[in-house]
Design a protein around this ligand. Structure first.
Ligand code: DSN
Length: 422
């Protein structure tokens, strides 16, 4: 490959692993809802000489010299992020989603303060206070759940009661395995009522918000949004914290990111974020975001027809969570393995109040961001859902699985991973 001339000569082991991954990505269907394919331009910025530079501080206020180009890069990234998400302040330095959340907690809370966030098995995220995380030792996390797993609805009256009782300093809206849209207006109003910050972790749906395919929490008065940049937003691995309007909040966040938590920002990564933000500002990206939703709906139709249980009853975003254990008697881990064998990569996932273990739970989680990047439309996505079920029904039938794998390889060949989007 012409991109890797030096690597190939110098380090065969890593070169071969990279080539293996390139082939895997090209020849299989990427259905993990938090993954995507970035453009060559994003990869070039990420692989640029900016990786050589230390830039502690912020544009115009750095600790080391030689910052004329890093300042330019970071300022461009900030301006584009603000435009993309309609807000006044952006910190583009968080190295990923988890450090973005940790910095955000330390910016806005004192140790011992209470955060009201979504339960992990109901769709929340580890960094929203799961007991295995270090931050759960610092702050007090109280969880809310879906009222009804067949609709995904949250009981907002109950949430208000819990907020009044628990007196959180922060109300957290956001998820990594929830297929419906949250009522940001209600959550923001409860937060105001109890004097809490309203924060949305939109890591999964950042691209859908940027593409105006789903609601922007800032339009409903949310104070802060944290996100990653590498999921639906289709950028490099990284994080970001946005503040809607309050300068004092933005200042606290900047301080909490650096020097509070991190050292030198990864400027190559920030450059790649800027490139991805410019891509996301285009009409083509809006079309992409809307197609992600249409494609997920097309998959939903297949599972509805076959009576396979979806948590939340279906999807209003990019992902679906299937109860494969309850519906088909196959565990999440088994399903993940057998689907991988035929070229469909997704992940096992706990479902609401799962009785099984996280390493072999009842569910699988998958989504349409990456296959939509490949150019799949509704008809291909419907076929992918059918092939998923066909594989699970024939999990011990080697001949059938071989046929399915061949069909998937043909689909991948017909829709190669693109190099550019603008
Ligand atoms: N690992 C990410 C996901 O798959 O949702 C979230 O951290």
């Amino acid at each position: 490959m012409k991109d890797y001339l030096f690597l190939k000569k110098q380090d065969k082991d890593i070169y071969e692993a990279v080539m293996g991954e390139e082939k895997r990505e090209a020849e299989g269907l990427e259905l993990i809802p938090s993954e995507n394919y970035v453009s060559r331009a994003v990869r070039e910025a990420n692989g640029s000489v900016l990786t050589n530079k230390y830039s502690e501080g912020y544009p115009g206020k750095r600790y080391y010299g030689g910052q004329e180009f890093t300042d330019e890069v970071e300022n461009i990234a900030i301006e584009r992020a603000k435009k993309l998400f309609s807000c006044k302040f952006a910190n583009v330095q968080p190295l990923s989603g988890a450090p973005a959340n940790v910095a955000m907690y330390f910016a806005l809370l004192e140790p011992g303060d209470t955060v009201l966030g979504m339960d992990l098995s109901h769709g929340g995220h580890l960094t929203h206070g799961h007991p295995v995380t270090s931050i759960s030792k610092v702050f007090r996390f109280v969880r809310y759940k879906m009222k009804d797993t067949s609709t995904g609805e949250i009981d907002y009256d109950e949430l208000r009661k819990t907020a009044k009782k628990e007196k959180p300093k922060m109300m957290l809206a956001g998820f990594s395995a929830y297929s419906r849209e949250l009522d940001y207006k209600k959550i923001a109003s409860i937060a105001r009522e109890v004097g809490a910050y309203s924060v949305a972790d939109m890591a999964h749906i950042a691209g859908l918000i940027a593409g105006k395919a789903v609601k922007n929490p800032f339009d409903y008065g949310f104070d802060v949004i944290t996100t990653t940049t590498h999921k639906t937003l289709r950028g490099p691995r990284g994080g970001m914290i946005l503040t809607r309007a309050d300068k004092e909040i933005a200042k606290k966040i900047d301080k909490a990111v650096f020097p509070g938590l991190q050292g030198g920002p990864h400027m190559n990564n920030i450059a790649a974020k800027a490139v991805c933000f410019a891509e996301a500002l285009t009409p083509a990206f809006r079309k992409y975001a809307k197609q992600i939703l249409k494609n997920a709906k097309a998959m939903e139709g297949v599972f509805l027809k076959k009576g396979v249980r979806m948590l939340g009853g279906g999807t209003s975003n990019h992902l679906i969570l299937l109860d494969v254990y309850g519906s088909l008697g196959i565990t999440g881990a088994e399903a993940e393995t057998v689907l991988d064998e035929v070229g469909m990569t997704l992940n096992k996932n706990v479902i609401a109040d799962d009785t099984r273990s996280p390493m072999d739970p009842s569910g699988i989680r998958f989504g349409t961001p990456a296959i939509t990047t490949r150019g799949f439309k509704e008809s291909e996505c419907k076929r992918v859902a059918e092939l998923m079920l066909l594989t699970l029904e024939n999990k011990d039938n080697a001949k059938k699985k071989k046929e399915i794998h061949s069909e998937i390889k043909r689909m991948c060949k017909k829709f190669p991973v693109p190099d550019k989007f603008v």
